[in-house]
Ligand binder design. Structure first.
Ligand code: PEP
Ligand code: MG
Length: 269
């Protein structure tokens, strides 16, 4: 599948044989406006962006700001260690209208498209529990019977080591190896002074990925961080049990080729 941010990415993804969108980064929909987009505007943009995808599935990630990203119309309090602070879903819980407008827009889309909702920066199982409750309430308000699947991003060591509990409120998992690596290796992903420690394929990171897959049982585990597009990592990810790789659109043919060249594991899957 493809990681996308706009319609051009989706077109490129389809041209390159994507089986769907595994990560729709929605930050651009919010960061380059002076005001919070309305629910109708969001629905319109999502529909237009995803139109080239046809009925292929798309995993839309809820807004992932905080950390290094802010919004022009939100006054976020300064934080000493923003990557350890209020980012991703933590920030959305603090701004309910910002979260709700996204949930409602995605729910409306889910009546006509194969959409899933992905939650960034999950740390504790309660994060997913709260999101499930909010999605359920919004669906009821909108008269929508079937909730779209909820995908928990596994980006923190705590989430990686609590997968069985996270899955009580999530339908699938997607490992964000960019953040997972920075939190496992204690090396900021944008910090050139620590770059030698930012090792996406370090045995500690790979071991956590294997633990996530083992603890997830039959639930689908994907990878949508940069590691999914590293051809040398593909055999290890597959043998760990990862079954969905989401990468930059132009990497898709290469990654598919790497998957096909990987011999089936003794487990047979
Ligand atoms: C990740 O952290 O691996 C990820 C896919 O999310 P982002 O790079 O947008 O933080
Ligand atoms: Mg991330």
């Amino acid at each position: 599948m493809a990681n996308i941010t706009n319609r051009e990415d989706v077109e490129l993804a389809v041209e390159n044989g994507a089986d769907g969108v595994g990560l729709y980064r929605t930050e651009a929909l919010f960061m380059y406006n002076d005001t919070l987009p309305t629910e109708d505007e969001l629905v319109e943009t999502l529909l237009d962006t995803l139109e080239p995808l046809g009925q292929k599935p798309c995993i839309v990630r809820l807004l992932d700001i905080g950390g290094d990203k802010t919004l022009p119309y939100l006054r976020l309090p300064p934080e000493e260690s923003p990557f350890l602070g209020r980012r991703g879903i933590r920030l959305l819980f603090a701004y309910p209208e910002l979260l709700n407008v996204q949930i409602r827009a995605i729910l409306r889309l889910s009546t006509s498209r194969a959409i899933q909702i992905m939650v960034p920066m999950v740390t504790i199982p309660e994060d997913m529990e709260r999101v499930r409750r909010l999605v359920g309430a919004a669906a009821q308000e909108l008269g929508i019977q079937h909730l779209p699947p909820l995908v928990a991003m596994i980006e923190t060591p705590a989430a990686a080591l609590s997968v069985a509990d996270v899955l009580k409120s999530a339908d699938a998992l997607s490992i964000g190896t960019n953040d997972l690596t920075q939190y496992v290796m204690a090396a900021g992903r944008q910090n050139p002074l620590a770059s030698e420690y930012f090792q996406e394929m370090h045995p500690a990171v790979m071991r956590l990925i294997r633990i996530v897959c083992a603890d997830a049982g039959p639930s689908l585990v994907g990878v949508c961080g940069e590691l999914a597009g590293r051809l040398s990592a593909v055999p290890d990810l597959l043998s760990a049990g990862v079954r969905l790789l989401s990468v930059a659109p132009r990497m898709i043919p290469l990654v598919k080729d790497a998957v096909r060249r990987t011999p089936a594991s003794p487990g047979g899957t």
